[in-house]
Design a protein around this ligand. Structure first.
Ligand code: UT7
Length: 332
C-alpha cells in the first residue's frame, strides 16, 4: 500500500426542500405546543418534501452545489458514498440513483447505514479511500427524507424530524496542516430497541398487518436515546481530544448531530467547550438524521464561524446505537 496522504474537505453543498412544517402546523396535527417543542428540543420548524420527492433528489441537489463550488464535473469523482436510513427503495442503492441523476460516468459508490452517524461513518470511509491513494476525489453525502417514515399522529417522534441533505468532496490536502486528523467510532447494538423501524425488512416483511400495526414508522424511547447520546458522545469526544493532545478550549468549532438542543448543550458543557464554538441550527431544520452535520457546517460557514485553519470537532449519535467523533482542520 502506498504511503497515507493527508485528506481534506474541498467543497460543501446542502439542500432542504422548500416546504416548511412549523410548530404551529404541528399544533394542529397532534396534542403539542410551540412552547413544549421549543423548550424540550430547540426546534421551531423543519423542511418536508412534497409527495414524489425522494432522498436521491435531495442528495443530487446538495451534490450539484458541492461540485459547482469546486468547479468540477460529476465524472471527475471516483466514488459516491451515501449515508441514509431512508433510501429511495431497498435497492438499487441511493448511491446508484444519485450517480445516474448526476450523470457521473465511470463512478462507483454505495450506501452506508448508520442512521444519524452515517455522515461521519461515510466521511471516515471516504477519507481512507483518498488517504491510501486508491481514489483522488470522493463525494460523501448524508441525506434523509425522515418524513417518509414518521407517524404524524405520534407526538413523541413527529415533532423532531425533518428532511435534508449535505454533500462534501474529499481530496488530497496539499497542505499537511489542514484536513482530516482523526476519527473514533463505536456501535452498541444493545440500544437497537430504543430507536428503530421494525417493519418492511426481512424480519417483518410488509403486509397489511405490519402496516396496520404501524411497523413502517420510527419507534423511539426518547429518554433512553437522550441519556445514551449525552454520555457516549461526550466520552468519544473526550477520547479523541485526549489522544490528539488537544484541550477542549482549543476547539474553534463544535458541530454535533442536531437531534435535540439540550443534548448538544449538555455535551458541550460536559466537555467544557467554549460556548461560542457550538453550532446550533436545529431551530431551522429539526433532526434531518444523516443530513444534520453537513447542514450545520453550512450554517457555520454562512455565519462566518467556520474558517480556513479552524480546529473542528464533529460528534454524532444515532440509532443502533451508533456514535462517533471526528477531528479536522477546515481547509478552505
Ligand atoms: O437522532 C437521534 C434521534 N433521537 C433523539 O436524539 C431523541 C432524544 N430524545 C429526545 O430528544 C427527547 O427525549 C424527546 C424530545 C423525544 C422527548 O423529550 P423529553 O423531555 O424526554 O420528554 P418525555 O418523553 O420525558 O415526556 C415528558 C412529558 C410526557 O408527559 P407526562 O408523562 O409527563 O405527562 C410526555 O407525554 O411530555 C409529554 N410529551 C409531549 N408533550 C407535548 C411528549 N412529547 C410531547 C409533545 N408535546 N410533542
Amino acid at each position: 500500500m502506498s504511503q497515507l496522504v493527508r485528506v481534506k474537505i474541498s467543497a460543501l453543498g446542502t439542500y432542504v426542500p422548500p416546504r416548511l412544517l412549523t410548530n404551529a402546523d404541528l399544533e394542529k396535527m397532534v396534542e403539542t405546543s410551540d412552547q413544549w417543542i421549543t423548550e424540550r428540543t430547540g426546534i421551531r420548524e423543519r423542511h418536508i418534501v412534497d409527495k414524489g420527492v425522494a432522498t436521491s433528489d435531495l442528495a443530487v441537489e446538495a451534490a450539484k452545489k458541492a461540485l459547482a463550488q469546486r468547479g468540477i464535473d460529476p465524472s471527475d469523482l471516483d466514488a459516491i458514498l451515501v449515508g441514509t436510513v431512508t433510501p429511495d427503495m431497498f435497492f438499487p442503492s441511493t448511491a446508484c440513483l444519485v450517480q445516474n441523476k448526476l450523470g457521473a460516468k465511470g463512478v462507483w459508490g454505495f450506501d452506508l447505514s448508520a442512521a444519524c452517524s452515517a455522515f461521519l461513518y461515510a466521511l471516515q470511509v471516504g477519507t481512507q479511500f483518498v488517504a491510501t491513494g486508491a481514489h483522488k476525489r470522493v463525494m460523501v453525502i448524508g441525506a434523509d427524507v425522515m418524513s417518509s417514515i414518521i407517524d404524524y399522529t405520534d407526538r413523541a417522534t413527529c415533532i423532531i424530524f425533518g428532511d435534508g441533505a449535505g454533500a462534501v468532496i474529499l481530496e488530497p490536502a496539499e497542505n499537511d496542516s489542514l484536513g482530516m486528523i482523526d476519527f473514533i467510532h463505536e456501535v452498541d447494538g444493545s440500544g437497537g430497541c430504543s430507536l428503530y423501524m421494525p417493519g418492511g425488512g426481512s424480519l417483518n416483511p410488509s403486509t397489511h398487518e405490519t402496516v396496520d400495526q404501524k411497523m413502517h414508522y420510527v419507534h423511539q424511547d426518547g429518554q433512553a436515546v437522550f441519556k445514551f447520546a449525552v454520555r457516549k458522545q461526550t466520552e468519544l469526544c473526550e477520547k479523541i481530544l485526549e489522544r490528539n493532545g488537544i484541550k477542549a478550549s482549543d476547539i474553534d468549532v463544535f458541530i454535533a448531530h442536531q437531534a435535540n438542543k439540550r443534548i448538544i448543550n449538555a455535551t458541550a458543557e460536559r466537555l467544557a467547550l467554549r460556548p461560542e464554538s457550538v453550532v446550533i441550527n436545529i431551530d431551522r431544520y429539526g433532526n434531518t438524521t444523516a443530513g444534520t452535520i453537513p447542514l450545520a457546517m453550512d450554517t457555520a460557514r454562512q455565519e462566518g464561524k467556520l474558517k480556513k485553519g479552524d480546529l473542528v470537532l464533529l460528534a454524532s449519535v444515532g440509532a443502533g446505537f451508533t456514535v462517533g467523533a471526528t477531528l479536522l482542520r477546515w481547509a478552505y
